[in-house]
Design a binder for this molecule. Structure first.
Ligand code: UDX
Length: 440
């Protein structure tokens, strides 16, 4: 099969590289000439484990190429994926679909034979229909089902594990009821038949909603356990055991029950908000997701208060070591990371920050600036002379810290562990004033 992937952001690049690794001919397109230039030189625009070798391998095999020229990439393709960004629109929280529609129009003009146009970007219910309208408007001679079809094919990739998630997914969801399109999509995902991955064919709007429902459900699970964690602290219970105790019930499941500083990233915050907006528009509010959005925002904002409390009630003139800036480990992504609120609020309260992150410091500096923040080479350097250390992201580098050295470096032995990486008894024994999440 021949595939064009429009947009070489996180989703487009990973999906394009993986489809080429399945044996398809893939051309990845992006308007950003600098990005394409770097990709042609083997430089990845994002940090994702294994991506560089996957790209190199498939470029060498002649199955994967990069270009800025959409008009050249689209003709002859069986499927063209739209994988451009759908950020939250400023002001109203709706997904901004202008990039999706602009891509659809350009694709329409370039199509030269039956092509399936697939939305991979996360798009609200009804967008597939809009995409189809855009194509028909650009090419009034086109008949849907004969010259083109529009399918929805949401991604469920986790940053840091995206390649594995693409190649060994729990399921693939394809939204189209057109037989020709079903055939093309089946062929594209044929390599997954080997490991019997369920491929769910649904209507377009069902598929679009599945993506939002999945992310909102996961965000709800996290928020639920985060609120349980707060309650655990008040009643002297242990949230890790609560999570285990409920997670062993097959109806609940053990995943996504790890309490922390609140979810972040490029998907959950944006998608939960967009879902609430769509639901409001249709007069069918999803109150539980409204509550999740609000609770998570409040949670992220409350984390700095915990740090200040652990330092004795004031941050004024204090230095705080922040370990981990990205929204989760194994990514350089800072989008909606809890670290943003924590750092800004600590600074506002008069603290100076010494920060470290294994991959995210460049992105962090762009977002947080460098006023009152020193970006440090390693975790120990960050903790040198600090009044407290805060683990914000559970990178492996912070999982086995030399506690004797940490105690010597810190001016007070205060460690706030927002990811429950360490055991409280062990930390107390080692002489720390240790605060974690939801453990008594
Ligand atoms: C998510 C979805 O998992 C993926 O299916 C979708 O396509 C895109 O959004 P991602 O944003 O990469 O993927 O990260 P994920 O691993 O899901 O974590 C999201 C956030 O939730 C992170 O901030 C993480 O730290 C937090 N989280 C996750 C918790 O606080 N507790 C958990 O138990 C799990």
């Amino acid at each position: 099969m021949r595939v064009a992937m429009i947009g070489t952001g996180y989703v487009g690049l990973v999906s394009g590289a993986c489809f080429s690794d399945f044996g398809h001919d893939v051309v990845c397109v992006d308007k950003d000439a600098g990005k394409i230039e770097r990709l042609l030189n083997g430089v990845m625009p994002i940090y994702e484990p294994g991506l560089d070798t996957l790209v190199e391998k498939n470029v060498k095999a002649g199955r994967l190429s990069f270009t800025t020229d959409l008009k050249e990439a689209v003709p002859g393709c069986d499927a063209v994926f739209i994988a451009v960004g759908t950020p939250s629109r400023r002001g109203d929280g709706h997904a901004d679909l202008s990039y999706v529609y602009a891509a659809a129009e350009e694709i329409a003009h370039a199509i030269d034979g039956y092509t399936v146009v697939v939305t991979k970007s996360t798009v609200p219910v009804g967008t597939g229909t809009e995409v189809s309208e855009v194509i028909k408007k650009a090419r009034p001679d086109f008949v849907e089902g004969e010259h083109f079809s529009v399918a929805s094919n949401p991604e469920f990739l986790r940053e840091g594990a995206a390649i594995n998630d693409f190649k060994r997914p729990d399921r693939v969801v394809v939204g189209t009821e057109d037989e020709k399109a079903v055939h093309v999509m089946r062929e594209l995902y044929r390599p997954l038949f080997l490991n019997e991955t369920p491929i769910l064919f649904t209507s377009r709007s069902t598929s679009e909603l599945i993506k939002y429902a999945a992310n909102a459900f996961l965000a709800t699970k996290i928020t639920f356990i985060n609120e349980m964690a707060d309650l655990c602290e008040k009643v002297g219970a242990d949230v890790q055991q609560v999570a285990k105790g409920i997670g062993l019930d097959g109806r609940i499941g053990s995943k996504f029950l790890h309490a922390g500083p609140g979810y972040g990233g490029s998907c959950f915050p944006k998608d939960t908000l967009a879902l609430t907006k769509t639901a409001q528009d249709y007069g069918s509010p999803v109150r539980i997701v409204d509550a999740v959005v609000e609770a998570n925002d409040l949670r992220k904002k409350s984390m700095a208060g915990r740090v200040i409390e652990a330092m004795g009630g004031s941050a004024s003139g204090k230095t705080v070591a922040i370990l981990g800036l990205t929204f989760k480990p194994n990514t350089d992504d800072m989008r909606d990371s809890p670290a943003i609120d924590i750092v800004n609020m600590l600074k506002d309260a008069g603290a100076t920050i010494r920060a470290h992150d294994p991959e995210g410091m460049e992105e962090a500096e762009k977002l947080l600036g460098s006023e009152k923040i020193t970006y440090c080479e390693g975790p120990y350097e960050a903790m040198d002379g600090a009044d407290a250390a805060v683990i914000v992201t559970e990178w492996d580098a912070y999982r086995a810290l030399d506690l004797t050295r940490v105690k010597e470096l810190l001016s007070a032995p205060v460690l706030i562990d927002l990811r429950n990486v360490y055991r409280p008894e062990m930390m107390t024994e080692a002489g720390f004033r240790y605060r974690s999440i939801g453990r008594g």
